[in-house]
Design a protein around this ligand. Structure first.
Ligand code: TRP
Length: 371
């Protein structure tokens, strides 16, 4: 029996993704749907071919509306700490999808959410808001087509829409979806209405009913499940979504399903080369044998080896990845060597990112929505 928990506030355990599909009531992304998607995107991102984006709601509907030029995308970031590779993977895919579909992207920063849910001061959250915006800009979104919405700064735009959602949402519904109790602060109880607002705010701004597609990690689904029940009552389409698995924690897939900042084992986008090397060497769970002789004889197990699992997220070249898989399994490639491949891959990626992050400092205002 596998035991796991997935809520927007907590992810733990060994996640059985087939069970997630059944329990959340989302749909699997199958070959047929991938073919349809490819007609719109021309190519398929490795995350699609590798089943990392594995589930969806109403993706076909979103594609139909895309055909008519009636689709926008929406995603978000809750600023409460440094950005790690688990965030990076979702947003690098989001950038690819936005470019491939050539649509606008609305990016929500939920500084209110993190203030309400975390034991952090308002000022601390504002610091992370700025830091996180730099990372997101550095990912390379087109500033002409990407609009940042900051919950507390764009309150005059978001709040009128959020209250319309809140009026149709009962305490009993959010209690059921999120497990709130009588001790939960009232801000947290209201919060889902804020995350729902960007699903239709662009329709309000443009004065036409548009479809919304949300790329997100599966833990955010409860917000949108609730949203989907409410916003048709306001005269808008249910948001569609495309949902991904979690990047496994460095400590091993079975202990920690999601890369969590709190375990101290995350790789941050601001980590330097040495830090990355040390973290991988120290923490990345190995599927190798205990001695070199044993390893050469029996080979390693790439299916539980975290360095290999991470390469399935960050090595785009299918052939290279396949070779690594077989070399590791046969014992030709040692655990230390496999870790080195990952370290070099991440460091190259982060070096480039950090350069762009410096440049992002003069670009923040271009991304913030000015209406
Ligand atoms: N709640 C998300 C978080 O904690 C932030 C968020 C807001 C979001 N809107 C979103 C994430 C839309 C994905 C899609 O990080």
């Amino acid at each position: 029996m596998t035991k796991f928990t997935i809520t927007p506030w907590e992810v733990k355990g060994n996640i059985d993704y087939d069970k997630v599909i059944r329990e959340f009531g989302v749909s699997k992304i199958d070959e047929n749907l991938l073919k349809k998607l490819e007609k719109h995107t021309k190519k398929l991102h490795p995350f699609l071919k590798r089943n990392i984006f594995f589930a969806h709601r109403d993706l076909e509907f979103a594609l139909q509306e895309h055909e008519k030029g009636n689709l926008f995308m929406y995603t978000g970031c809750g600023p409460s700490g440094p950005i790690h590779m688990g965030h990076y993977m979702v947003w690098s895919f989001t950038k690819w999808l936005q470019e491939a579909l050539d649509v606008e992207l609305w990016f929500q920063f939920t500084d209110d959410e993190k203030f309400l849910f975390k034991d952090m001061s308002y000022e601390e959250i504002q610091k992370w808001l700025y830091e996180n915006m730099l990372d997101i800009i550095a990912i390379g979104f087109d500033p002409k087509k990407t609009h940042f919405l900051i919950d507390t700064k764009h309150a005059s735009l978001l709040y009128p829409e959020a209250v319309k959602v809140a009026k149709k949402l009962t305490f009993s519904t959010v209690k059921g979806a999120f497990g709130f109790t009588n001790e939960t602060n009232v801000g947290s109880i209201f919060y889902t209405a804020m995350q729902a607002a960007p699903c239709f705010l662009p329709s309000v701004i443009k004065g036409k009913k548009m479809a919304c597609l949300i790329p997100h990690a599966i833990d955010q689904d409860p917000h949108f499940r609730v949203t989907r029940d409410v916003i048709p009552k306001l005269g808008f389409y249910k948001p569609a979504s495309i949902q991904c698995r979690f990047l496994p924690g460095l400590g091993g897939i079975s202990e920690d399903g999601k890369l969590s900042s709190s375990t101290g084992q995350a790789i941050y986008l601001t980590d330097d080369e040495k830090t990355v090397k040390n973290k991988i060497n120290k923490y990345a769970f190995s599927g190798g044998q205990t001695t070199i002789e044993e390893h050469r004889k029996h080979g390693g197990n790439p299916d539980v080896d975290v360095s290999y699992q991470w390469l399935t997220f960050f090595e785009e070249d299918d052939k290279k990845l396949e070779k690594i898989y077989h070399d590791y399994k046969s014992g030709k490639l040692l655990s230390g060597e496999l870790k080195m491949i990952l370290i070099e891959k991440l460091n190259a990626l982060l070096k480039d990112h950090q350069k762009k992050r410096e440049k992002a400092k003069s670009m923040v205002d271009k991304y913030i929505y000015h209406g």
